[in-house]
Ligand binder design. Structure first.
Ligand code: IPE
Ligand code: IPE
Ligand code: MG
Length: 253
């Protein structure tokens, strides 16, 4: 299937040469980084960067939807982010509620379905309630899946999968021989979701910070120095453009 980005403008290569070069990534995952530095540059408190970043989430969700991306996973809070000052942690954990309060009607209009992944039991009740409400409200939408990684850590995710697997084996609900990569991935938060085709990280950092270690085994990576609050639809399209010019080989030739 040949598909062109709706607002493609700076074409450098012939996108329609082969179908492989012309596909939209089905699942895009983003490590949204640089909010604090964005605020610091302006002499503002770090939380001002988080607030600004919230509106970018909305813009990029709409852009992803327009580009016919099927899943957009956003790293919003890591299991390591608890190490930040309490006031910043509190602010970050209030943001989902604020985001959903302001934008839920718009997400509905755009047929977007909210999902989450992470250790949600540890989140404050107000965060859980806001997220649960939005999930319930958007559950029948069949457009973009907007998947928020909230209190997410890949090592924790893998560890809890291993523990559950051991329990299931002890209870004869899973046999040792049946455990393969496919079965294992069903124990992760991402069960049922395609693996990310494209992983974006903003702010110039080139590390994974405990994000989707299992799922990104064959993802394409795209890094930009742009800080998350400055990340625009154009930057997102640039990443998709770059992705479309790559040749994924999965170890083959
Ligand atoms: C990303 O921005 C938001 C979260 C990690 C929640 P940062 O807060 O990490 O911003 P920098 O990296 O300090 O600039
Ligand atoms: C990763 O960003 C986590 C999120 C974007 C939620 P961090 O800013 O926390 O990562 P490090 O500390 O720079 O690795
Ligand atoms: Mg950071």
């Amino acid at each position: 299937m040949s598909m062109r980005l709706p607002f493609f403008n700076n074409k450098k290569t012939k996108l329609n040469e082969t179908p492989e070069l012309d596909t939209i990534p089905k699942h895009v995952a983003i490590i949204m980084d640089g909010n604090g530095r964005w605020a610091k540059k302006r002499g503002l408190p770090r939380v001002a960067g988080h607030k600004e970043g919230m509106d970018v989430v909305r813009q990029i969700a709409k852009a992803a939807s327009k580009c016919q991306v099927e899943i957009l996973t956003l790293y919003a809070f890591s299991t390591e982010n608890w190490r930040r000052p309490k006031s910043e942690v509190d602010y970050l954990l209030r943001l989902p509620k604020e985001f959903l309060h302001i934008y839920l009607p718009e997400l509905m209009e755009n047929n977007i379905k909210i999902e989450t992944m992470g250790y949600v039991d540890m989140l404050p009740d107000h965060t859980k309630e806001a997220v649960d409400y939005a999930k319930e409200k958007t559950k029948d939408n069949d457009g973009l899946i907007l998947n928020f990684a909230l209190n997410y850590g890949s090592r924790f995710e893998i560890l809890q999968a291993v523990k559950q697997i051991i329990t299931d084996m002890e209870n004869d609900e899973l046999s040792f021989d049946k455990l393969d990569e496919q079965r294992f991935s069903e124990y992760l938060y991402t069960t049922g979701l395609a693996e990310p085709d494209l992983l974006i990280r903003t702010s110039g950092e080139k590390r994974l910070s405990n994000f989707m270690l299992w799922q990104i085994a064959y993802s394409e990576f795209w890094f930009t120095d742009v800080l998350w609050p400055d990340f625009k639809e154009e930057t997102f399209v640039q990443a998709l453009d770059d992705y479309q010019q790559r040749k994924r080989r999965y170890g083959g030739v």
